[in-house]
Ligand binder design. Structure first.
Ligand code: PGA
Length: 216
């Protein structure tokens, strides 16, 4: 059994609940296009692949880039709306730090939004690096993005894990041989993670995930 030395944390649906802000900004972006905005529940199931992918799922590939551009222009006005830490988020970050396990944020959210959210929640001290995206750049589950994350953390894939809530996180981990650890707290149920992510370590929440990581 390999000991985990570095953990790459997903943000939306794993460490934070940012769905209200995302839903609001999606609706602001779709309004000028004359498109009826989706419900929060629908948005929740489309988040994970970055805002461009979320819009592709909601309105199709052709219209997505235009909506995503508007979203990026406005998200700073809404990104803290209804923002909450997920249960046990702070505890797992504290627990890992106290055991000398390094944490990085590994998110498909924009770099700036990710930094603002982490700073607002006063979680910055737990992360050695915040690794986010830009609108058309590399993202999970592209291998290139996982390699970049490993490089930024000077980490070895064999002693690294990705903790996330979606198949994007699972595939990003598998792309470079990191251990996939998933929690059913975001847009995917335990059962759907089980069927979409074979061989992943799947848990109800971050408390269970922490016990698993620390027991290794
Ligand atoms: O912006 C998104 O779609 C998802 O971001 P995440 O990688 O933190 O889940």
């Amino acid at each position: 059994m390999r000991k985990i030395e570095t953990v790459f944390f997903d943000l939306d649906g794993t460490l934070v609940d940012n769905y209200e802000a995302i839903t609001k900004c999606i609706s602001v972006s779709l309004e000028p296009m004359g498109i009826t905005p989706p419900t929060l529940e629908k948005v929740k199931h489309t988040v994970g692949g970055s805002i461009l992918i979320t819009f592709e799922k909601l309105i199709g590939k052709n219209l997505a880039p235009q909506a995503a551009k508007t979203y990026m222009e406005h998200i700073k006005d809404y990104e803290l709306l209804g923002l909450k830490e997920m249960p046990h988020a702070r505890e797992i970050l504290q627990g890992l730090k106290s055991r000398g396990i390094k944490s990085a944020l590994f998110t498909n959210k924009s770099q700036k939004s990710a930094e603002n959210i982490i700073e607002f929640l006063n979680l910055s001290r737990f992360f050695e690096k915040i690794i986010g995206t830009d609108l058309h750049g590399a993202r999970k589950p592209e291998k290139e993005f996982t390699l970049l994350a490993l490089e930024k953390m000077n980490a070895d894939f064999e002693t690294s894990a990705v903790v996330g809530d979606s198949p994007y996180d699972y595939k990003a981990a598998k792309a470079c041989g990191l251990m996939p650890i998933l929690v059913a707290t975001g847009g995917n149920s335990f059962e759907s993670l089980e069927s979409l992510c074979p061989g992943a370590n799947i848990f109800k929440d971050l408390r269970e995930a922490e016990i698993f990581i620390e027991s290794r």
